[in-house]
Design a protein around this ligand. Structure first.
Ligand SMILES: Nc1ncnc2c1ncn2[C@@H]1O[C@H](COP(=O)(O)OP(=O)(O)OP(=O)(O)O)[C@@H](O)[C@H]1O
Length: 256
């Protein structure tokens, strides 16, 4: 698999606060890569730095071998990267249909756009019932579907997904992750998915990174990470039987 996205030694600051510190990651074409980390670890900052919403203080972002570091967000969108933001960030006063069409604003292939709209409404039938209604009337889960659908309408090569599971019920999370996997497999869209919820993100991914206070502290293929005792205990919540007894978890972490 060829590499489609690469971040090398990226550091991004908010004023004097360094939110991510020397982040390097690669995403292979056709894969789903997840960055897992707790609240405030820097997940959103990584995605915003890739999509051009934030300029890094240091480091480089490459898309298909082209340096896209600190280009304007609309240029990065046009090269083929779509950002589905956290908190859904839909245009609440626009209709559901207009929100979806905003995703396709720089496309000229009208017939394909119409077909893609049908595809999105097929994946998320509930959106069809609200098509002409303002997005403000959607529930959190429906807004998340709309944000994903809007990102797909851009017909990107890579989708950046910011916590699609946030605030959703287990049933909705499972529905949304099934669609994410379909977009990946059936539409060939590469995914970079950041999540606090490792138990949904890791099984859906091919490769994972663990982020702690702005640094990557662990990385590996999904199956390797799923077997890691630390990942199982601290991210997947599966408690291992320990002959050493209940020592404090920080003392037993092995990824630092
Ligand atoms: N606009 C901002 N100004 C100052 N500091 C910020 C700003 N946005 C984020 N930060 C800080 O940068 C760090 C990383 O934040 P970021 O939002 O990337 O984390 P996250 O892993 O996405 O967290 P969450 O899961 O809560 O969204 C945090 O310490 C946060 O407080």
């Amino acid at each position: 698999m060829t590499e489609v996205l690469r971040a090398s030694n990226v550091e991004t600051m908010y004023g004097r606060v360094m939110a991510i510190r020397g982040i390097s990651l690669t995403v292979k074409e056709g894969s789903v890569v997840t960055v897992m980390g707790s609240n405030g670890a820097g997940k959103t900052t990584i995605l915003k730095t890739i999509s051009g919403a934030l300029d890094p203080f240091k480091g480089q972002v490459e898309f298909e071998g082209r340096d896209i570091t600190a280009l304007d967000p609309d240029v990065i969108a046009r090269v083929g990267i779509a950002h589905s933001p956290e908190g859904r960030e839909v245009f609440s006063l626009l209709s559901v249909k207009d929100n979806l069409m905003m995703g396709a604003y720089c496309r000229k292939d009208r017939d394909e756009v119409a077909r893609d709209l049908e595809k999105v409404l097929g994946w998320f039938p509930v959106l069809r019932t609200f098509l002409e209604k303002q997005a403000i009337y959607l529930s959190g889960g429906q807004q998340q579907m709309l944000a994903l659908g809007r990102a797909f309408m851009q017909r990107p090569r890579v989708m950046l997904l910011d916590e699609p599971s946030l605030g959703l019920s287990p049933l909705l999370i499972s529905e949304i992750f099934q669609i994410i996997k379909r977009i990946n497999v059936e539409e060939g869209v590469t995914m970079l998915l950041v999540e606090q919820n490792a138990s949904v993100a890791l099984p859906a991914a091919d490769f994972g990174y663990v982020l702690e206070t702005g640094r990557i502290v662990m990385e590996g293929e999904r199956d390797v990470l799923m077997k890691s005792a630390d990942i199982r205990e601290f991210y997947l919540g599966i408690k291992a039987e320990s002959a050493r007894g209940d020592r404090r978890w920080k003392a037993r972490k092995t990824w630092r």
